[in-house]
Ligand binder design. Structure first.
Ligand code: MN
Length: 232
């Protein structure tokens, strides 16, 4: 291969529980409005016809434990706690059992959001990129291989900010199951190892300020944590 003109910052790879190799991040697909109570708090009806998606750049992903500055261009930076599903095999036009077999593992993740910019984009029927695909805007806790977790059924998902409970729900509340999402998404993409799906956030999203410590957990998985640098 020809030498490149310059080097890009390295995309982080996600640690895997009890495994020496890390999971390299390929693409990040995010499901919108996958919990009815969250759709309601955002003033939306749930679309039960099909899930919908937006994407976040791998280049903007960081690992749990990161200390990030409060991002530019927003006055309403929000946490969204989500189950991350990491693929370990190719998947195209999949049936549910194929989808299940293609999952490498699961993790706790944050879909951080510039809510004011997302809202403005919605009002003007523009894309959500400025609101969603921001630097250090997706945060990944260590992954647990499928064989070592008996979820996602019946598992609690929750998030605290500075120790105060903000989101507290159950993965059973997802409108579209993990299999539903993978089957649907694989109609549009040749999914492959490295692809990660963030499966939507439960109700209770809210603002975080400079200096905040955001901690999210899913029963049986490693937690995810993000600290925002204190205001200067
Ligand atoms: Mn989300």
């Amino acid at each position: 291969m020809s030498p490149t003109l310059f080097n890009l910052p390295e995309v982080p790879s996600i640690p895997v529980v009890d495994e020496e190799h890390c999971y390299p991040i390929g693409r990040i697909f995010c499901v919108g409005r996958n919990y009815a109570a969250h759709a309601a708090e955002m003033g939306n009806e749930v679309d039960r016809e099909a899930p919908f998606y937006f994407t976040k750049s791998a280049a903007n992903a960081v690992l749990s434990g990161t200390v990030a500055p409060y991002p530019p261009g927003t006055e309403n930076y929000h946490h969204e706690m989500e189950l991350a599903v990491a693929l370990g095999a190719p998947l195209f036009r999949a049936r549910p059992e194929q989808a299940r077999d293609a999952i490498f593992g699961y993790g706790a993740a944050l879909d951080m959001t510039r809510r004011d910019l997302q809202g403005q984009a919605k009002d003007k029927r523009r894309p959500w990129d400025l609101g969603k695909d921001l630097e250090q805007g997706s945060v990944f806790g260590p992954l647990t291989p499928t064989a070592n977790w008996d979820g996602p059924a019946h598992k609690r998902i929750w998030l605290t900010v500075d120790g105060e409970m903000r989101q507290d729900a159950n993965l059973d509340e997802m409108i579209w199951s993990v299999e539903d999402i993978l089957c649907h998404l694989s109609r549009y993409y040749h999914l492959r190892p490295g692809d990660i799906v963030l499966t939507g956030t439960p109700a209770g999203v809210g603002a975080v300020n400079a200096g905040a410590v955001v901690e999210g957990e899913i029963e049986g998985l490693s937690p995810v944590q993000l600290t925002l640098s204190p205001a200067e």
